[in-house]
Ligand binder design. Structure first.
Ligand code: NOJ
Length: 765
């Protein structure tokens, strides 16, 4: 009798499992009987139905490779990818974009594979999709968290309408080395500002409800320490201590995690001898265990295979083993998980639980995106048409483009320009360039779609503008711009440009870097103006010194000569689609510049890495008139040309009444306030910055650390009071074991308009 009941129960179990299985496959478009279950429960049910091969398939990400709306590819690896898709052996595709293509590829996964699990569609939506916002370092210069969030929100809106549901952004790598081409993609050198911006960007991409079709999953990258590549050479070795790792590198990642970022990407570099992709300490011990992160980690492109070149893995199979055991959940384009993980499980080299865990994490994000309810939710041709390049998106791009501009110099108030009766010469190849302002991360944007400076200025019709190129910036194929194919010799147009400049009221020169001169793989050993631009600048200066220099660049440049000689300098980065309009508004004073540098501008590349939050050393000052034994260079001063946090305005801001109330014993707070008055003639914005210095500690502290900022808008003559609070959170730090500690002692607090402010008070706790 007992036996019979057991047999019946087994049959019932088989029947029910089969029934649930069919339901999942048949009613996966919202009519699922599982609808009332939590996402975790749904994930477990689905996981229980998956074969090992299918689980590994979820951990596999392929690059888009064929015309998805045409016939399926034949032969080679492309055919294998197609077969893998049909067999449920692909969890994600990257670089498939546009509703038509995404629908086609999603159809294969959903309608042809056994379980019909939808793909997550990834893309580098770094600063806009089709409509491009300023490069991330430029946006960081706005210090305007709302505008930055809005920019990410608009990027999510536009890319989601093109079928994308996952961006590989934000890049939250802190970097102190302007030679590294990817400083353009981050928020600069400071972990506090970087954390605030990381949070804003994650919130912008993901919104409050990830299941909407206008929000997309974000990805904090590159975990970790990619920005500390030796010599600023991309992909290079990183060797840094725990103090730097915890106090400088990790904070923005923690901020992204706390903001709920759904995914992390590991990095190409090795960290202290172990490639990040195979780094268990980083991925399992820190991220997944210590920080209890429950999203998934994708490898960087081919970074699992690259562990062979690093000298860490013996072969592909070994690389897959190391990556999985270290906590990399998804393999981007190494093909090693699909190839080797099953064997590795059989050989007991990897734990099945790690595969379940990775699959669970990936499925969870897909459920959260709502892809199981409707795999085609981002695939609406009408919506794509309506949203792409919409006014709302362009307005936001324009808004943040203006806010990203930093006024570096404005002698005798040469700026803003008069709107009437002026003769203006416009010089420089970048002045008419409609592609470079889009930067190097603009895969979906069309060439020649940015508003050029000439077009922007031409909206103001009261002046006459004569344009002359002066010199080319580059030649050859633009995507492969390197220092080697910059045209350094052709000066044949100098004479013409000088003639144009000679008798005008003002010369505007647009100089800097080509759009592909910064970004991935674009490290430089020189931070000077590339090519013959410096010579051009000096030649023009010799006939007319009344120059406004507008810089377009993706990294800090060394512009000492310009700083000494040129009366007005405007840092306009690469500002995206609306670039020319934004620059024109600033030059004409219709927008009062408010940006502040998120990264130090050195005087000489030999000073790099140069950053404001440096350590004092034991020999910080010249000890006597003839001494040489102190920490300095013999041929250059220690200070930067423009410090972190620096930027001018057409207004003038006066700081007074710095007050520090030490209530620490009563409520564990130090309260700080300062009055800021706009003593200029026009309304303007000031980023009020608060820095601390912990004067002595068990682990030495930097000479200054940003611990607060407030963006004040002040009418002419208006005064406002900025208020800050410091608690243990702002005053503590990580020790060399990565433990957060707070030590009592003496502190200084500095409040002002840049990191060199000497407006300070002390307190003791
Ligand atoms: C390599 C880059 O390092 C990473 O940031 C990017 O997301 C991937 N390629 C995918 O394009």
């Amino acid at each position: 009798m007992k036996k019979l009941i057991t047999v019946k129960l087994i049959f019932l179990y088989i029947f029910l499992t089969g029934f649930i299985f069919s339901c999942t496959k048949l009613f996966s478009n919202g009519n699922n009987a599982d609808d009332l279950k939590s996402i975790d429960q749904k994930v477990e049910i689905l996981l229980s139905k998956m074969t090992l091969e299918e689980k590994i398939g979820q951990m596999n990400q392929y690059n888009g490779f064929w015309d998805f709306t045409g016939p399926a590819p034949k032969g080679g690896h492309a055919e294998k990818k197609y077969e893998d898709l049909k067999n449920g052996l692909v969890g994600s595709m990257l670089n498939v974009r546009g509703v038509k293509d995404v629908t086609a590829v999603q159809k294969v996964a959903v309608e042809e594979s056994r379980l019909g699990i939808p793909l997550i569609i990834g893309f580098d939506v770094i600063h806009g999709y089709k409509t491009i916002s300023p490069i991330p370092i430029a946006e960081a210069a706005s210090w305007d968290l709302e505008a930055i969030k809005k920019s990410a929100e608009m990027a999510a809106l536009e890319s989601s309408a093109a079928g994308i549901n996952w961006t590989f952004a934000p890049m939250v790598d802190i970097s102190r080395d302007a030679r590294w081409g990817r400083v353009m993609e981050g928020a600069g050198e400071d972990p506090y500002l970087g954390s605030k911006i990381a949070e804003a960007r994650v919130n912008g991409f993901q919104g409050n409800d990830l299941s909407l079709n206008s929000t997309i999953a974000a990805c904090a990258k590159h975990f970790a320490a990619y920005g500390f590549a030796e010599g600023g050479r991309d992909y290079n070795t990183v060797d840094i201590g725990t103090s730097t790792l915890y106090n400088m590198v990790f904070p923005p990642f923690i901020a992204a995690k706390n903001a709920g970022v759904k995914t992390f990407m590991n990095s190409f570099n090795e960290l202290n001898g172990v490639p990040a992709t195979g780094n268990k300490y980083l991925q399992r011990d820190i991220l997944k265990e210590k920080w209890a992160y429950d999203g998934f980690i994708v490898s960087d492109w081919g970074s699992i295979t690259e562990m062979i070149s690093h000298g860490h893995a013996k072969d592909g199979q070994h690389a897959a083993e190391l990556a999985l055991n270290a906590g990399s959940d998804m393999d981007m384009e190494s093909y090693l998980y699909v190839k080797h993980l099953e064997d590795l499980v059989d050989d007991k080299k990897v734990d099945l639980n790690f595969i379940d865990d990775a699959t669970r994490r990936i499925l969870k994000v897909k459920y959260e995106l709502g892809l199981f309810d409707d795999p085609y939710k981002y695939c609406d041709l009408e919506r794509e048409k309506e949203i792409t390049g919409s006014k709302e998106i362009n307005d936001a791009a324009f808004d943040i483009a203006k806010k990203s501009i930093v006024l570096l110099k404005n002698k005798n108030n040469l700026l803003p320009l008069k709107k009437e009766g002026q003769k203006i010469a416009l010089i420089g190849a970048l002045a008419t360039d409609k592609t470079s302002p889009l930067g190097s991360w603009r895969i979906a944007a069309d060439d020649h779609t940015a508003v050029s400076v000439l077009e922007g200025l031409s909206q103001y019709t009261g002046n006459t503008i004569t344009y002359s190129k002066g010199a080319d910036l580059t030649y050859g194929k633009t995507e492969f711009v390197t220092e080697l194919n910059i045209n350094t010799t052709d000066k044949s147009e100098f004479t013409k440009a000088k003639e144009v400049a000679r008798n005008v009221d003002v010369v505007i020169m647009v100089l800097g870097e080509h759009g592909f001169q910064s970004g991935e793989g674009r490290s430089r050993t020189s931070l000077d103006l590339p090519g013959v631009q410096q010579e051009l600048l000096e030649e023009i200066f010799s006939v007319n010194p009344n120059i406004v220099l507008v810089l377009n660049n993706g990294r800090p440049l060394t512009i000492n000569w310009a700083d000494e000689n040129i009366p007005a300098i405007v840092e306009a980065w690469q500002l995206g689609t609306q670039s020319g309009h934004a620059i024109a508004q600033v030059l004409y004073g219709d927008y009062n510049p408010s940006g502040k540098l998120p990264m130090t501008f050195p005087r000489d590349v030999g000073q790099v890495p140069l950053y404001y939050n440096y350590k004092n050393t034991g020999r910080p000052n010249l000890p006597g008139p003839d001494s040489v034994f102190w920490s300095h260079y013999n041929d250059e001063v220690n200070t930067p040309l423009y410090p972190f946090g620096y930027g001018l305005s057409y207004s003038i801001f006066k700081y007074s009444n710095l007050s520090v109330t030490n209530n620490f014993e009563r409520n564990s707070k130090i309260e700080i306030s300062i009055a800021v008055k706009n003593i200029g003639d026009v309304e303007g914005k000031e980023v009020v910055q608060l820095y601390i210095r912990d004067k002595y500690a068990s682990i030495t502290r930097p000479v200054k650390e940003l611990r607060g900022f407030e963006l004040l808008n002040l009418k002419a003559g208006e005064t406002k009071v900025a208020k800050f609070e410091l608690t243990e959170k702002e005053l503590g730090f990580y020790d060399n074991q990565g433990k957060w500690i707070f030590e009592r002692g003496e502190f200084e607090v500095f409040v002002g308009g840049n990191s060199q402010t000497q407006n300070k008070k002390s307190f003791k706790i």
